[in-house]
Structure formats: C-alpha cells, structure tokens
Design a protein around this ligand. Structure first.
Ligand SMILES: C[S@@+](CC[C@H](N)C(=O)[O-])C[C@H]1O[C@@H](n2cnc3c(N)ncnc32)[C@H](O)[C@@H]1O
Length: 276
C-alpha cells in the first residue's frame, strides 16, 4: 500500500523503515499514535497488522487517519466523485469571499466552496473523511512548501503540483486515498482530542511524536495549516484573523492572514504569532 504523503511538518515518512525495524520485535497488539499528524506512522502500524488508535487535535489530520487507518473498506465510488464535482444548486461562498487570490485563484476557491456543499451528503461518514482528507491534500499540494503562512505567489516555481487546478489535484488525491484504503482485520479508531484528554487504556504501545518546541523554529501547526484546518469545519465557530500592512516587515500584500482563533479570550499578540 502507498500512503499519500505530504510535506507535513515533522512527518516521519522518511524514518518509517527505522520505526518499523525498531518496533517489529516488540510484543504489542494495540498501538496508539498520540500525535498522528500526517498519519504515516499510524498507517505503518496498521500495515504491521496491529490494532491502531490515532489522535491529533487538528481536524484535517483526524480526517486523514480516519479515512486511511480507522477505515478498512470504504472508498469513494465513481458515482460519488461525479456528484462531488457537479455544480451545486446552492453553495456557500466563504472561501471565495475570504481567501480569493490569497492562496488560490477564484476558480480554485469556487471549487472548494462547491465541494463543501456537495460533501454535505456524506455527513459524518467515512466518505466525508475521505473527501476532507483528499481536499486538504489537494490544497497543501497547491501551495509552495504545503503551508499557509504566507499569501500570494512567493516560492511559486514551475512545479506541476502548483499548476494543476484544484479540481485535478482533488481528483488525484481521491485516487491515491482510494488506493490506500485496506483492511488489516482490526477495529482501528481515530480521535481528535487534546492529548491530555486521551484515555490510553487498552493500549500497549504509545508512540509519541510531539511538536519540537524551540526558540529557533516554528512548531505552530495551527498557524501553518490554518486554511485546511478551517476548511475541515468550513470555519464554523472560528474567526479569521487578519493583520494590516503596517506590520510589513513580517509580510507582503495588503495584509497577512494569521489563521484563526477559536476562543474570544485568546488575545492576538501582534508580531509574535508568525516569523517567516
Ligand atoms: C511532530 S507532529 C507529528 C508528526 C507525525 N508523527 C507524522 O509522522 O506525520 C506533531 C503533531 O502533534 C499535534 N499536536 C500538537 N499539540 C497537540 C495536543 N495538545 N494534542 C494533540 N495533538 C497535538 C500537531 O497537530 C501535530 O500534528
């Protein structure tokens, strides 16, 4: 099976041979990947035939592991894909209104608005996780370095990934996700929780790969991936934060997008939230 990898910050995709080599002789039935991120390590444990529990507090990460680790058999059919691509009679326009030409052009933004409307038919199901995981991958592939800390075309080179339309990226992602679905005969489960709210009972191996906190590096996952994270819930309950140009030394354009905040009591600390 081929895991549809991305350039997710801190991904252990390249270390998988080391991780599997060093765990294969340990005796365990159930593994918990407590900070699952891209999901590649959890997926590798699934491939080893273990029962796998995954967790990440980011929703798009949760949908990825739910689509590929928890899910043992569901795929998106040709009929599903046709319905996802049709022009809906009614669609919301939040992506177009808020992000037009910041990360993607109008056509790509409209595609995402329409996709959100069409995906509502899969409410809560594994198919919905497949759609949202594929959409997140498509969006990340269409950004230089796969991140959302800067707007515009900085880093935009001739790569095919950047030139493909969002529709084509999405179709490619759906194909990869469908191909990666398999059963290991176990009841695997994905969670989307703060790690401190997890109950690790019934687990005999816990894999812990936290963010690497350092004064010299950026380990703020919400800031890097705010667009795909926001899209996973269509920004429901979230407030998008903008910063005006007079903090120009931090960025380009009329304003920089900082991401979003979830709680009104979280104060915006100007100049400290991003540093690219
Ligand atoms: C270093 S990455 C994990 C990378 C992953 N092992 C992989 O190979 O892709 C750390 C992950 O921890 C998640 N995270 C950070 N704080 C968390 C918390 N309090 N609870 C749950 N997940 C958290 C982040 O969203 C991020 O995906």
């Amino acid at each position: 099976m081929t895991f549809p990898d991305t350039k997710y910050m801190g991904s252990k995709q390249n270390l998988l041979p080391f991780i599997t080599q060093n765990t294969k002789n340990l005796k365990f039935n159930t593994a918990l990947d407590a900070f699952s991120g891209s999901g590649c390590v959890a997926y590798a444990f699934k491939e080893m035939g273990k029962r796998v529990l995954t967790n990440d507090f980011l929703k798009f990460s949760y949908h990825t592991t739910r689509a590929l680790v928890e899910n043992n058999s569901t795929t998106l059919s040709d009929q599903d894909i046709t319905e996802l691509l049709r022009k809906p009679r009614q669609a919301p326009d939040f992506v177009r209104r808020t992000f037009n030409n910041l990360y993607f052009d109008q056509e790509d933004c409209e595609f995402l608005d329409n996709l959100w409307a069409n995906a509502s038919q899969f409410n809560g199901s594994l198919k919905r996780s497949l759609v949202l995981a594929a959409a997140a991958r498509a969006c990340m592939k269409k950004r230089p370095r796969g991140i959302f800390t800067f707007t515009g075309k900085k880093g935009w080179d001739g790569r095919k990934d950047l030139k493909l339309t969002m529709r084509d990226q999405f179709l490619q992602a759906v194909k990869l996700f469908n191909q990666a679905v398999f059963s290991n005969g176990k009841q695997n489960k994905s969670f989307c929780k703060d790690v401190f709210d997890l109950d690790p009972k019934d687990t005999d191996l816990v894999y812990i790969d936290t963010p690497y906190i350092s004064p010299y590096s950026d380990c703020d996952y919400t800031r890097r991936y705010h667009f795909v994270e926001g899209y996973s819930v269509y920004w429901k309950g979230l407030e998008v934060l903008l910063i005006p140009t007079h903090f120009r030394h931090f960025g380009v354009g009329d304003f920089r997008l900082l991401g979003f905040r979830e709680r009104p009591d979280l104060k915006l600390r100007k100049g400290t939230l991003f540093f690219e």
